[in-house]
Design a protein around this ligand. Structure first.
Ligand code: ADP
Ligand code: ASP
Ligand code: MG
Length: 288
């Protein structure tokens, strides 16, 4: 049996109607005889709304409590989507990050995944049950709930696909693939049929928000085939792989841009005895 991981982002599950459409998409894959793991984000702007609520209570909220708060967004989606699958007579079970065995380092708000203990998910798959997993969240070795950084559900999906040795990780989103630039801002942008992991990593790191950079890094390190495609239309998306066969040797594959960048200039006087390394080590320790 082929195992496929399907990930749906916030806009794709923004309303209960859309959640039911997503359930229909999953149904197609189940009827095609595939074992399916679904990873979802919080509904629409739910995560932003939770951040705004925390800001009303505190200007410097505890990072640990922020993680506890923000992970509730994805928990809403997993339960609703699982119910929608049940309505279609599909056996399905929801999993929070810790139930799905996503183990992370102890860095609140931006934790890296250290391991995925797939036992529970595999148990569901063995019973031909769809596993519906909350993206963006995990648990550290002390049992604290952690989050992977904004947009981190993509990384959850690739990490699970890798741990399960799935055939494919599909990222369903509100655009039908990776474009030469953000299609919302650049009308002439063209959809790419294929892109290499390295090119995508560069675009994602430079601000192309379509994929969480760490998901691309993960896919590259484990050679996991990954596609970006539309949640709404049934059209082919963009395939990420090691080497592209089409339009080889293009010097420029795409253009990315970023808003809200902070530029920090550090001044120190002549008798400062430390080194630049001290500054970067301090920033790294704080996970900036
Ligand atoms: P999701 O909620 O599904 O994770 P995101 O908002 O994180 O979706 O990512 C999809 C968005 O990425 C698109 O709506 C698009 O505006 C933006 N985007 C930025 N750069 C690109 C690009 N090069 N190709 C496609 N989409 C891009
Ligand atoms: N819900 C989280 C966010 O808005 C994670 C994600 O969507 O991937 O950043
Ligand atoms: Mg995203």
């Amino acid at each position: 049996m082929t195992t496929i991981v399907m990930k749906f982002g916030g806009t794709s599950v923004a309303t209960t109607e859309r959640i039911q459409l997503v359930a229909k998409k999953i149904e197609k894959q189940v009827l095609a005889g595939n074992q399916i793991v679904v990873v979802v984000s919080a509904m629409g702007k739910a995560t932003d709304d939770l951040v705004a609520m925390a800001e009303q209570i505190s200007s410097v909220p505890s990072k640990r409590e922020m993680d506890v708060l923000l992970t509730t967004g994805e928990q809403v989606t997993i339960s609703l989507l699982t119910m929608a699958l049940h309505n279609l007579s599909i056996d399905a079970q929801s999993f929070t990050g810790w139930q799905a065995g996503i183990l992370t380092e102890s860095v609140p708000s931006n934790a890296r995944i250290e391991a995925v203990n797939t036992e529970a998910i595999e148990g569901a798959l063995q019973h031909n049950r769809v596993a519906v997993v909350a993206g963006f969240q995990g648990i550290d070795e002390e049992g604290n709930i952690t989050t992977l950084g904004r947009g981190g559900s993509d990384t959850t999906a690739v990490a699970i696909a890798t741990a399960l040795k799935a055939s494919l990780c599909e990222i369903y989103t509100d655009v039908d693939g990776v474009y030469t630039s953000d299609p919302r801002h650049v009308k002439q942008a063209r959809k790419l049929q294929e892109i290499t992991y390295d090119e995508m990593l560069e675009l994602a790191n430079l601000g192309a928000g379509v994929l969480h950079p760490r998901s691309v890094e993960f896919a590259k390190n484990h050679q996991m085939p990954m596609t970006v495609r539309s949640s709404y239309e049934d059209v082919e998306g963009t395939l990420l792989k090691e080497e592209v066969t089409m339009e080889k040797n293009l010097v420029v594959r795409g253009i990315a841009f970023e808003k809200n960048i902070v530029r920090m200039t550090v001044h120190y006087n002549d008798n400062y005895l430390g080194t630049l390394a001290n500054i970067f080590t301090t920033l790294a320790k704080k996970s900036y």
